[in-house]
Write a protein that binds this ligand. Structure first.
Ligand SMILES: [Fe+2]
Ligand SMILES: [Fe+2]
Length: 175
């Protein structure tokens, strides 16, 4: 059985993962509209990751005989003025996600919920990757400044990103 406070915290975060997907959907649409099909692909992969994060949380709460309760999802921003600003916003968003994951870990330690602390370790590592991915692209876009050639090159590189199923869901699929 899962502690009520922990169930509430994971439910909040599950909602926030869906909100993350909403943000990245909005960013994908901006890129498609502007013809940046590589960055649009990058966002499409990111949306799948966020949906997986929510699924991992759904599975965990369910496995602990808890209940997942769904709430309304806030509307995302829809307006940016450049690819740089989008990736800067993505990096800022991922830093918020990291601090939220850390807060859940703090709670797990406080209430001695060892199972959740162990399970949550995967998300701690994932957030290092999420921050690194978004900040790296934001940094390169900063360098590209107003160079259309470099921007086109970065967009082409982003087209190569492919989705891979996150490890906790691979394990779940294997039973
Ligand atoms: Fe996430
Ligand atoms: Fe990721």
């Amino acid at each position: 059985m899962i502690d009520q406070r922990m169930q509430d915290a994971i439910n909040d975060q599950l909602n926030y993962e869906l909100y993350s997907a909403y943000i990245y959907y909005s960013m994908e649409s901006w890129f498609r509209n502007k013809g940046f099909l590589g960055f649009a692909n990058w966002m499409a992969v990111q949306i799948k990751e966020e949906m997986c994060h929510a699924q991992i949380m759904f599975n965990y709460v369910t496995d602990r005989n808890g209940r997942v309760l769904f709430k309304g999802i806030d509307g995302p921003n829809n307006d940016w003025d450049s690819p740089l600003h989008i990736f800067q916003a993505a990096y800022e968003h991922e830093q918020i996600v990291s601090s939220r994951i850390n807060a859940i870990m703090d709670l797990a330690i406080e209430i001695k919920d060892h199972a959740t602390a162990q399970w949550l370790q995967w998300f701690v590592g994932e957030q290092v990757e999420e921050e690194s991915n978004t900040s790296e692209i934001a940094g390169r876009l900063e360098w590209a400044k107003d160079s259309p050639a470099v921007l086109f090159q970065l967009d082409t590189e982003a087209a190569a990103r492919v989705f891979t199923l996150p490890a906790p869901l691979v394990a779940a699929a294997a039973g």
